[in-house]
Write a protein that binds this ligand. Sequence first.
Ligand code: GDP
Ligand code: MG
Length: 597
Amino acid sequence: ADLRHIRNFAIIAHIDHGKSTLADRLIQLCGGLSDREMKDQVLDSMDIERERGITIKAQAVRLSYQAKDGVTYELNLMDTPGHVDFAYEVSRSLAACEGSLLVVDASQGVEAQTLANVYQAIEAAHEIVPVLNKVDLPAADVPRVKEQIEDVIGIDASEAVEISAKTGLGVPNVLEALVQRLPAPEGNIDGPLQAMLVDSWYDSYLGVIILIRVKHGRIKRGMKIRMMQTGAVHQVDKVGVFTPKMVETGELHAGQMGFLMAGIKTVADTQVGDTITDDAKPALQPLPGFKPSIPVVWCGLFPIDSSEYEHLRDSLAKLRLNDSSFDFAPENSAALGFGFRCGFLGLLHMEIIQERLDREFDLDLITTAPSVVYRMHMTNGDVKELHNPADFPDPVKIATIEEPWVKATIMVPDDYLGNILALCTERRGEQVELTYVGNRAMVVYRLPLNEIVFDFYDRLKSISKGYASFDYEVEGYTEGDLVKVSILVNAEPVDALAFMAHRSQAEYRGRQICERLKDLIPKHLFKIPIQAAIGGKVIARETIAAMRKDVTAKCYGGDISRKRKLLDKQKEGKKRMRQFGKVEIPQTAFIQALRMG
Ligand code: GDP
Ligand code: MG
């Protein structure tokens, strides 16, 4: 084992700049897979990822590369997710490597996530090799993008590798650059085992699989390992690497990364960032850990058919095995019955989980409006976290309320700058900075997280014709004039429809929901008032007029089978109704009333 012949690297890029295409090329060049085995994008393995063109799970692939100096190097490639919601997963992937390939689309230039990712790489003390991709495109402007990299990021781009990941042009030079320019890992192969737990996921055939980076010592099949944080002890069944096929090696040593399996039943035992050591000869200290990821957006998930509750619970537990950054706890709603309050890293993360519950587990769900976590300072000095507007305490006991704010960086061509500034202002944004990178404006804003979780990203894309790029990081909590808006149907509050808002926006949003509900709730034999209220004060009101006619009246004298069908349908619909006092609300009304934007 010679550490000098190992290189561990990550590929970082703005979305669509060609990270996955390059990774596939590297795998192909190093012979990890035959052409036949080469699917078009090997690393984006999940269907949803493939469809959305994003990479969620970081994965490590070992490549074997014979360099021009005649030596065969072991290159460990760490794929990183490319979306803002998963910035945390980027940081832990970077912690397992010594260097990064910074891929920039030469026809687009530096974008918001290029910056966010590269700053994380610099923070992780990485050696960075700039790679200009898509040079086959007529719009590629290599000198301009090199200048951008130097001016904006401040790293030397004179030796940037120019490639087309699509045609393969220049890609071998990337491999040479890795070997020559990135440092080899350092570590003591004969010391006590210290391995970083980079990621873990659940495979229905193999059980829990753990991705590790060994910093010191060796990990072998049969060894008893201890998780230093949780204290759990397990015997190692399998150790190996992805090529990207799973190949058992029986051992991994300092400087290497790969997988291990140890008959682990639950990912609660496998905390990301934990240090794995030898139970017989433990290390004295864990490796410096990284902070756990914290869900920032919460919403309720309820089965439409209440008999699916257990199935939902099991499915959530299965998904959580694969994704420790998502959280859930039972929730009980008068409107929606038994369900779960679930926490996500961001809106995309939330959509992905919902989509998987639908597709992989065949669950029909009602989702309540997403909410951020508010911090309530109570008059008695207590501080409470509010994950669910339904738990809003008695207002007289609240001294102040704080909400999370983010620092957002937006890059956009000058033509659309006006639209972007208007959007940020409308969302209570405070401008921090406005500078130019060539003909693109770079604006930095402070914004309340609550204002961007609903539809900010979609709006941003549509008002900039897709040209704006966006990235944000949570900055901290700030006090605000925040209120809970309740929705009352026939004077009964409906907890699932309650939401938190800034006072300046409470009326507008309250009115919006009332208007929607007016169309969504069927007429009854009596008038139904629909109201939005802050405490006891009504801020918006609509009324559903009383119904007079019998539903079957239209069919009178008509085809009897049609009449029966209508009655059957009505019965069917009943099952999907929820009773509120005297009013029945169809469950579809919740879904549609809560759909924002
Ligand atoms: P990622 O989001 O960074 O992983 O980007 P992908 O690798 O998925 O690439 C995004 C799109 O750019 C895909 O449609 C690729 O086919 C295309 N692409 C990637 N590299 C090149 C290249 O060198 N030239 C051209 N013309 N297109 C490329
Ligand atoms: Mg990708």
